[in-house]
Write a protein that binds this ligand. Sequence first.
Ligand code: ASP
Length: 430
Amino acid sequence: MQLYSKILIGLGAGAVAGAAANGADITPVKDFLIALEPVGTAFIRALTMIVIPLVTASLILGAASLGDISKLGRIGGKTLAYYMVTTALAVTLGLVLSNVIQPGNGIDPATRDSLSESFAGAAKEDVAMAAQAPKLVDVLLNMIPRNPVGSAAAFDLLPLIVFSVIFGAALSMLPEEKRNPVIAFFDGVNEASMVIIGWIMKTAPYAVFALIASVVAQFGLNLLKSLLVYTLVVVAGLLLHMFVTIGTMVKLASGIHPVTFFQRIKAVPVFAFSTSSSSATLPITMKTAENNLGVPKDIASFVLPLGATINMDGTALFQAVAVMFIAQIYGIPMDMTAQFTIVLTATLASIGTAGVPGAGIIMLITVLQSVGLGDKVEAGIALILGVDRLLDMLRTVVNVSGDLSCAAFVARSEGELRDPGTGTLVSSEQ
Ligand code: ASP
């Protein structure tokens, strides 16, 4: 378990170096670990580099081999329904925990104001970025690319997905002599992308160590203390959603024992945790779904890029807790209507959240505004920003695990889920 030992050493070293901020004189260690950050950044860039060719080629191949458009529609419908339902469940869980534990009620106004002040500058930047975020109709309109090459260049995955699916579906209508060369081309692109992913994965233990150690060293432990209850509520919610909600869905909808499921996908959470990005993790998610979960390529290549872009259970849960926390800390009551609004807006906001680090806290602004907390946006974001990187790492783990559970569900419901060990189809009444 080379990867896991490196992660543990990274966490330990980072935490010790983080303690330097608390008085101990180990600043050189801290500086060294922080200086490792470019190693991690190089790794994230390499993973991200392969996303566009991989997604385009595998989606075109997937849609072309699905054969009939009605199957595409059916798979699309199931995928969207699964994503929406699990995200709404995650938000509801976040709300229940926040109502029961009331994380915002234990913090005194002086601590609140000093936290808000120390992160005021960074919060302003997030608010400014949110002001540029498109409205919901624009999000829908933007799904139709004016120029697919432009979408790819801008790393805009949703329009690229739409284009690739339409292109693949059209390809399946062509006579064989026209279709085959195009398919052979994209097959080659897909295979080469997989080889590159294999190379990148070889560097993972070192890169993951560098990423985790530098993040933990930068943040230290002081902040965590004052936001401890809030952090614990988010973490408890994420753990419950991951192991209870997703675990149950996996058992009921895919017939896989939850322990087996988490064992099979275990590399994916590691990448998600260290990169904090569903998009950067996507190549690993796709490889794992095909090789370790027995999901066929056509289903994996449709469900997973879509999931990395629009399905964010962990992010939506975090947003629910964060809104309740900010409301509680300022003594603003959230009635049932407001909480229902949170379920709706957090579920929709997660669609518009990009699978990149820190995107969730920017979309949180929309959710805060929807329940009348518009005037608390800057101070509220500043309040929780200090622990956000840590929570971002954890919620990304839940986001990608949810995507994989959906891939298993869709494959199973189409009767195409295979046992990765034996290669036999998993029977539908298991
Ligand atoms: N980092 C998350 C992801 O990529 C999004 C977020 O919650 O910030 O899935």
